[in-house]
Design a protein around this ligand. Structure first.
Ligand code: CAA
Ligand code: FAD
Length: 387
């Protein structure tokens, strides 16, 4: 009898080395500046595209490299180890396109996936609204059929990479009397008439990743831009998150690993009381706990990625929803604790922008909030346990 393994294969470790080399050489040196400037890191984007790490998950039949879910996790993890904002390039390209991979017509996939694979376009995901965050099904954005078209009106809030992405998966209400079953998903293009963007949100962290409103004012799009059948948009949106909460877990792991690596280097160099502070058992125990929490979260994330990969290829995986939420929660909670401890290990220097752990602690916080807050993840997990 053979069992599927989730441990990384040799190819996964080679991929990790390649991404880490690029991240150390080209991404890490730009991370502090990108954070300070609050500008999208276009140079990093170009480097990721040149190395083909910007959207590794896109299947080969759409011009991509067809990386599996674990490989995608490893890419995001390694980019996030250097710069959390930059890791949202491969992560959000996956988030924006999984609705198509799961539910779109072949024609729509052929039209929209190759430009993402080539690096000519990025893809964002627009579910949240000003009054509909955790309770996503209470959205107000409307799409009304008009002949061969739909006309969209509403405001999507907090959209990652809004303005820099060419394409948007937009969830909108097509039947207001049908609740969650009255929501449909569409592809909206940046250049569609009536699409505009709000100002960049002024954030605590991931400052080099623009977060903006996407405003839809009588946006008239062909009806064939609907993803799947009318009324299936909410299910597609949630099924997508089952796959992509794992990529946010990966981002959290990367941030935490970066902070741990910096902390280990620092405690060996910094001297107090006539010896390296690494000699103090109080700090050694902190490091041990940090590494233990990180590895536990990593194993859960890789197990979730293995399940995601099976599900993507049509095998029913009953506990994917649980594993995806559990991985995202465990990794993001671990990242917040580990980065906070890393700042502590740096003492006063850790509280300044002279060292990257300060940025990493600010960046870690978002992983507990987006793709569903960790309260919502616990609700999702509990529902799975009790149903
Ligand atoms: N896959 C497929 N379908 C699912 C599903 C899943 N994982 N979970 C639920 N559904 C289906 C249900 O079966 C139900 O359909 P039926 O009525 O046909 O059975 C329908 O979807 C509605 O489900 P619920 O009744 O459970 O819906 P709800 O409104 O009670 O709760 C929720 C849903 C879990 C709270 C959901 O709204 C949620 O996850 N909220 C958090 C929002 C969120 O995660 N936003 C992320 C935005 S993206 C982001 O933040 C980007 C970024 O990080 C960069
Ligand atoms: P609320 O839903 O108002 O929650 C407020 C508090 O109440 C939270 O602590 C929450 O956990 C708690 N709460 C709410 N309901 C419950 C409950 N039933 N039980 C227990 N506690 C509860 N969205 C997108 O669609 N696309 C994106 O690309 C995207 N990117 C983002 C980037 C950033 C930087 C940020 C900040 C957000 C992004 N989001 C995106 C939105 C994100 O998913 C939402 O912010 C998140 O789902 C929470 O919604 P909310 O902010 O409205 O908070």
């Amino acid at each position: 009898m053979s069992f599927p393994l989730y441990a990384p294969a040799e190819e996964h470790e080679m991929l990790r080395e390649a991404v880490r080399a690029l991240a150390d050489e080209k991404i890490a040196p730009r991370a502090a500046e990108a954070d300070e400037a609050e500008e999208f890191p276009w140079e990093v984007y170009k480097d990721l595209v040149a190395a083909d790490f910007h959207a590794v998950h896109v299947p080969e039949e759409y011009g991509g490299s067809g990386a599996d879910a674990l490989a995608t996790v490893i890419v995001i993890e390694e980019v996030a180890r250097a710069c959390a904002s930059s890791s949202l390039i491969p992560a959000v390209n996956k988030l924006g396109t999984v609705p198509l991979l799961l539910s779109a017509s072949e024609e729509l996939k052929q039209r929209y996936l190759p430009p993402v694979a080539r690096g000519d376009a990025m893809f964002s995901y627009a579910l949240s609204e000003p009054e509909a965050g955790s309770d996503a099904a209470s959205m107000k954005t409307r799409a009304v059929r008009d002949g061969d078209h739909y006309v969209l009106n509403g405001t999507k809030m907090w959209i990652t990479n809004a303005g820099v992405s060419e394409y948007y998966t937009v969830m909108a209400v097509t039947d207001p009397d049908a609740g969650a079953k009255g929501i449909s998903a569409f592809v909206v293009e940046k250049n569609d008439e009536g699409v505009s963007f709000g100002p960049k949100e002024k954030k605590l962290g991931i400052k080099a990743s623009p977060t903006r409103q996407v405003r839809l004012d009588n946006v008239r799009i062909p009806a064939d831009r609907m993803i799947g059948a009318p009324g299936t948009g909410f299910r597609t949106a949630l099924a997508t998150l089952d796959h992509t909460r794992i990529t946010i877990a990966a981002q959290a792991l990367g941030i935490a690993q970066g902070a741990l690596d910096h902390a280990i280097r620092y405690v060996k160099e910094r001297k107090q009381f006539g010896r390296p502070i690494a000699d103090f058992q109080g700090l050694q125990f902190m490091l041990a706990d940090m590494a233990m929490k990180l590895e536990a979260a990593r194993q859960l994330t890789y197990a979730a990625a293995a399940k995601s990969e099976l599900a993507m290829h049509g095998t029913p995986v009953k506990d994917l929803t649980f594993f995806s939420s559990a991985a995202k929660t465990a990794a993001s909670d671990a990242a917040m604790e580990i980065t906070t401890d890393a700042v502590q290990l740096f003492g006063g220097y850790g509280y300044t922008r002279d060292f990257p752990v300060e940025r990493m602690m600010r960046d870690a916080k978002i992983t507990q909030i987006y793709e569903g807050t960790n309260q919502i993840q616990r609700m999702v997990m509990a529902r799975q346990l009790l149903k």
